[in-house]
Write a protein that binds this ligand. Structure first.
Ligand code: CTP
Length: 388
């Protein structure tokens, strides 16, 4: 893979300073990097930065009006991949409609290599049906799209739209460029529909307070990326973006009948406040007791009506990992249980044990969650290759 040329198209979103990290990471990973900047991106970060990091002249509008006769054609001719990171809603719309009004859109349109988009924008723009239609269209025509992450956004709000970690983008690039070398087997999950939950649930206490946990949502998103890479259609549900445990159940229920598998990586609250105060709880009392009531075990509920669906549960344990995980595997009647110790919570790495009730538990090394997720998805793929 070393020396292969990656075109990094950068559009004018606030996250474009993070693309500097991506360019640097790609260089360190042995790729040749050609940066293409839109005019708007060049206002956020100057071409000088990208030139220094990529050790290559940057293509921008000035370049386009320079010596090269047809720069947008020549650019991607020998490229292994064209990645647009960050991809703004505006550029996504242009690409979906085949516009070629700047050096980035023109070279993207002309490129015949695999293409990867990393959308990054405000939640409203991302969730807008027009953006979603554009994304669907680009996917339909062969572009790989990395789903944006959830969390605080530059506009001051919180939601889906965040630029993912550059390591996650690198992993996707490595997969896509690797696939060029080995067009071998069909993706193991092609034609399969997976529901993947991630993140932590939020149970309100009063209008301003919430009962939640330290789940970062990384594992869920890594699973989603790995499953999509394996050809699956994924319905990803962010547990923090639905209305508590019941909201999560309702969202899964909507998609369950059509799904082939459910992966419950979400950290689901076992308890919720017995009553949600309509008004803000005042600070007048010295002691405050909050009554909690048990929530429904969603995983157990759906595993109970799984039929031929494949169900993956997680177990988070602070002691007696194997013993407790084996008990959960049985009690919840899942096909595969991923046992984590609590050090995984909020971390980018995990060391998990996979239990399926038939084979010896498989202990995986401590590794980035992106890789752990690939191993889990591999197991799901193996199941479907047996039953296909
Ligand atoms: N889970 C669920 N609904 C709940 C609680 C947990 O669906 N109300 C799911 C989680 O998504 C996870 C699995 O059950 O896949 C195990 O979660 P975990 O927190 O490890 O175990 P619990 O069943 O909550 O048991 P305990 O907290 O006593 O360890």
């Amino acid at each position: 893979m070393a020396g292969r040329k990656i075109i990094v198209g950068i559009t004018g979103g606030i996250a474009c300073y993070k693309a500097a990290g991506l360019v640097s990471l790609l260089k360190r990973s042995g790729y040749t990097v050609q940066v293409v900047l839109t005019e708007a991106a060049a206002k956020f970060v100057t071409p000088v930065t990208f030139r220094a990091l990529s050790r290559n002249p940057v293509c921008s509008e000035q370049f386009a009006s320079g010596g090269e006769p047809v720069p947008h054609i020549a650019l991607a001719e020998d490229a292994a991949l064209y990645v647009v990171a960050p991809a703004t809603a505006n550029t996504i719309a242009k690409l979906a409609h085949g516009l070629a009004d700047n050096i980035l859109t023109a070279s993207f349109l002309a490129a015949a290599c695999p293409k990867l988009l990393v959308p990054s924008m405000n939640t409203g723009m991302w969730e807008n049906v027009l953006t979603q239609e554009n994304i669907q269209k680009l996917r339909k025509h062969g572009c790989t799209v990395l789903e944006p992450e959830s969390g605080p956004l530059a506009c001051g709000t919180s939601g889906t739209g965040r630029y993912p970690a550059n390591q996650v983008i690198l992993a996707a690039i490595q997969k896509l460029t690797g696939a060029v070398d080995t067009p071998a087997a069909a993706p193991p999950l092609r034609g399969k529909k997976l529901i993947i939950t991630g993140g932590g649930t939020r149970e309100p206490l009063d209008p301003v307070r919430t009962l939640t946990n330290n789940s970062s949502g990384r594992m869920g998103l890594a699973l989603k990326a790995a499953a999509e890479q394996a050809g699956a259609e994924v319905v990803y549900i962010d547990a923090g973006a639905v209305d508590g445990v019941q909201g999560l159940k309702a969202e899964i229920a909507k998609n369950f009948a059509a799904a082939d598998a459910l992966i419950m990586a979400a950290a689901v609250s076992d308890y919720r406040p017995a009553a949600v105060s309509k008004h803000k709880i005042k600070a007048g009392q010295d002691k405050l007791t909050i009554e909690l009531v048990k929530t429904e075990d969603i995983l157990k509920y759906f595993a109970g009506q799984k039929k031929d669906k494949y169900i993956v549960g997680f177990a988070l344990e602070s002691a007696d990992l194997l013993k407790n995980a084996a008990a959960k595997l049985k009690a919840k009647k899942v096909d595969l249980l991923v046992a984590n110790d609590t050090s995984a919570l909020g971390s980018a790495e995990s060391a998990v044990v996979l239990l399926d009730g038939q084979n010896q538990p498989e202990a995986l090394d401590r590794m980035p969650k992106t890789q752990t997720a690939e191993k889990i998805i591999e197991r799901v793929g193996r199941h479907f290759s047996r039953v296909r």
